[in-house]
Write a protein that binds this ligand. Sequence first.
Ligand code: NAP
Length: 250
Amino acid sequence: MLVLITGATAGIGKSCAEIFAAQGHHLILCGRRKERLDTIKTELEKKHKVNIHTLSFDIQKQTEVQEAIHSLPADLKNIDVLINNAGLAAGLSSIQDGKLEHWEQMIDTNIKGLLYITKHVANLMIPNKRGHIINLGSIAGKEVYANGNVYCATKHAVDALNKAMRIDLLTHQIKVTAIHPGMVETEFSIVRFDGDEERAKKVYQGMQPLRPEDIAETIYWAATRPAHVNINELTIMPSVQATATQVIRH
Ligand code: NAP
């Protein structure tokens, strides 16, 4: 398969790159941090003898997304799986105290960026009458929690778009899946708290969060079901987490 992964420079996206490459699949890896993309490409090509193409762009910028997808050589336009993973939470504040730039970044990345790339890649998949779009939602797209307001809203939007894509792409034989994780230890909390690693560490203190590879393995499983099977959505939590905020810590 040829798999395009957004947000492949860290966390869940990087783990997806490792797992798909280990199974011999060719990849198109996306993210803003070009050096990281280059390093991952070199390592995975050497280790697994697969072809990896990298695209460095900011998914918030419509023209950058369009140019990146249009720049793909013809043989890399037959994308089988799109993993819509790039996303972030920025800040953790009440509505009255929230920063507008945080809200805009989350909306522009998690909703608008996901839409831009989906439109372009879906149009490449349609003539092939096959394809699979896998959207990274979140438990925050199923529930809301204190001070999670806009992040939760963006992930509720992903939940709605996942269902809407499934309907619109049904006649084109394109599968659509959402994966909704609970707490996964990645760079997510460091990004959320503007690089404050101490504060980020406390999020996972005294509990066993999911590892990015737990999610990547599930994504791989969903992507490799037989042609007649579609996984509509899955919610995956650490065993010690029941809801977005109820966690057992020791
Ligand atoms: P992460 O380690 O911070 O990775 C996020 C990835 O998104 C990075 O590769 C980053 O790449 C990319 N990205 C962010 N903004 C971007 C932009 N403007 N343009 C292009 N790429 C961008 O976080 P993660 O935990 O793996 O998160 C992956 C997805 O899972 C997100 O959608 C997140 O909301 C979701 N999720 C995470 C958790 C969790 O607890 N970790 C739980 C539920 C859902 P660059 O910075 O190089 O651009």
